[in-house]
Design a protein around this ligand. Structure first.
Ligand code: SF4
Length: 241
């Protein structure tokens, strides 16, 4: 059975995207293949995984890393027994760097009948193909300004057919041209793919976009895509994880 360096496992509310507000168990995996300016996640490998003491308790105990898939699936089963849960979210970092682990955990918790939700930066299409049948929902980020659109397109074509949406974080520095090129890429795959425009939560160097900018970006996207929604992060507003 596979193992991985896991940063934390906890039960909370999904704070972003199409399934905002849903109760999920989060499995945050270490490592990322990108370095985004606005990244607010510490995805470095840790000696110990922080495991919530009970679903939603927001207190943690340490478990030595790496964890194997059986250990993680036992925690998920315990949390789902404590709180009715709408999905298991594999997040990171970039969870597809551990695609075999994601598969093994998803298989081990199949009997729960809970959906498996993948939060990904959309740059590892070959790894997605290997984990695809274990995943029910794909939340794919489009990363602007990193010359990744061709890779994102390849990823979207692999993901197409799943319950899929794309999320693009917009900052005060995002240009109209780079945003539109992302919209065109998505439209080229399927104009029915849901696009979420997520104004950045200002951290570190990231500047929030103006209201005018957000509205003009959405208007432009709606000329090419059928479903475009503006949704900021919400979990930080209510101080949940
Ligand atoms: S892909 Fe996500 S986790 Fe990785 S650097 Fe970018 S924001 Fe951070």
């Amino acid at each position: 059975m596979s193992s991985a360096n896991v940063i934390e496992i906890f039960s909370s509310v999904q704070g972003e995207g199409k399934y905002i507000g849903c109760r999920q168990v989060f499995v945050r995996l270490a490592d990322c293949n990108l370095r985004c300016d606005y990244c607010d996640t510490d995805f470095r490998r840790a000696d110990f995984c922080k495991v919530e003491t009970a679903a939603g308790a927001m207190t943690f105990h340490d478990v030595k890393n790496p964890l194997d898939a059986a250990q993680v699936s036992e925690v998920i089963k315990k949390f789902c027994g404590e709180v009715p849960t709408q999905a298991i979210s594999f997040t990171g970092g970039e969870p597809l760097l551990h695609w075999q682990f994601v598969r093994d955990v998803a298989d081990a918790v199949k009997s729960l009948g809970v959906k498996n939700f993948l939060e990904t930066n959309g740059t590892l299409p070959d790894e997605l193909a290997k984990a695809l049948d274990a995943v029910d929902v794909i939340s794919m980020d489009i990363k602007l300004g990193q010359n990744l659109l061709r890779l994102h397109e390849k990823f979207l074509r692999v993901a197409h057919g799943k319950d899929l949406y794309v999320k693009v974080v917009v900052t005060g520095d995002t240009t109209f041209e780079e945003f539109l090129s992302a919209v065109e890429m998505v439209a080229g795959v399927d104009e029915n793919i849901l696009l979420i425009v997520q104004p950045v939560t200002p951290v570190a160097e990231a500047k929030a976009p103006s209201a005018e900018k957000i509205l003009s970006f959405q208007a432009a996207a709606l000329r090419r895509l059928k479903n475009v929604r503006v949704i900021p992060q919400t979990h930080k507003l209510i101080s949940v994880l």
